[in-house]
Design a protein around this ligand. Structure first.
Ligand SMILES: Cc1cc2nc3c(=O)[nH]c(=O)nc-3n(C[C@H](O)[C@H](O)[C@H](O)COP(=O)(O)O)c2cc1C
Ligand code: SF4
Ligand code: SF4
Length: 252
């Protein structure tokens, strides 16, 4: 069973490719979060979680959802973290999560995909995004083959920097940066509602045809990246940055 959470579509794309290789069912965690549903699953095959990297770990919101979900049957859990560059020491925290959730940790592997964090960081342009996506394909295939053979993902030794990034830096990242106060909407907004629909946490309310944020944001970047008019900014930082959005409507 292949699970994904995705803001802008990278992890959704990787999950779909893994699912196609191993011929397994795909489950959208976005769907469960959006509908505030606890997951109850019975799987004969291993559980594969394909997720974006948030501050060198799996997203907090997904960690919490996995802890509350019920898994019976096959409890082997693989983690594939899509990332703009580095997953740090995410491995250790995914392993701890498995222990709490009664799952058997089978490893964590990164897949480099286009950086989507346009609120805080420069993002690659469209042609660079295409190249990065193409380059990810052999790596995705390799992971699918390892899963098929029942192998654990090999473990990479963490450096001191990795430990700092996934440890103390991750801890201060959320209270310091992850909030929706920086979002602004410009006059170009055509009141299409796409930003509200895209939010996996239902954190956007339309008010007189314009988005307003309700204070429960995980910085997934879906709302700002999906806007067809680029009518949204995050403080001054996002100005002029490419909006990477390849998310497809999911009905899994
Ligand atoms: C809040 C946030 C934090 C991020 N932190 C990291 C990070 O620690 N390391 C990294 O390489 N990329 C980081 N990124 C980039 C994303 O992990 C990457 O672009 C991912 O593929 C996005 O997946 P999605 O399209 O499925 O949401 C971050 C992005 C966001 C929005
Ligand atoms: S997606 Fe953009 S244009 Fe559509 S409602 Fe949201 S801000 Fe306005
Ligand atoms: S408000 Fe925007 S950035 Fe925050 S969780 Fe919703 S879609 Fe993601």
């Amino acid at each position: 069973m292949v699970f994904y959470f995705s803001g802008t579509g990278n992890s959704q794309l990787v999950a779909k490719e893994i699912g196609a290789y191993i011929n397994d069912e795909i489950v959208s965690i976005n769907h469960f979060l959006k509908n505030e549903k606890r997951g109850i699953f019975k799987s004969v095959s291993p559980l594969i979680f394909v997720l974006p990297t948030y501050a060198w770990r799996i997203p907090k919101v997904v960690d919490k959802w996995i802890r509350k979900a019920e898994f019976t049957g096959n409890k082997e859990a693989y983690f594939i973290l899509t990332c703009g560059g580095e997953v740090g020491n995410a491995n250790v925290y995914a392993k701890k999560l498995c222990k709490k959730a009664g799952l058997t940790f089978r490893g964590l592997a990164p897949i480099i995909m286009p950086e989507n964090y346009l609120a805080l960081f420069p993002t690659p342009d469209e042609s660079q995004c295409q190249i990065i996506i193409e380059e990810s394909k052999p790596h995705i295939k390799l992971l699918a083959e390892q899963i098929q053979r029942g192998e654990a993902f090999p473990r990479k030794k963490a450096s001191i920097k990795d430990k700092l990034l996934s440890g103390p830096v991750n801890l201060i990242f959320y209270p310091l940066f992850v909030n929706d106060k920086g979002f602004v909407v410009k006059d170009d907004c055509i009141s299409c509602n796409k930003c509200a629909e895209s939010c996996p946490l239902n954190n956007i309310k339309m008010d007189a045809g314009k988005p307003t944020w309700k204070g429960d944001c995980t910085h997934c970047m879906a709302c700002i990246a999906c806007c067809p008019k680029e009518a949204m900014e995050y403080k001054a930082g996002s100005k002029g940055r490419h909006r990477h959005y390849i998310m497809e409507k999911d009905d899994f």
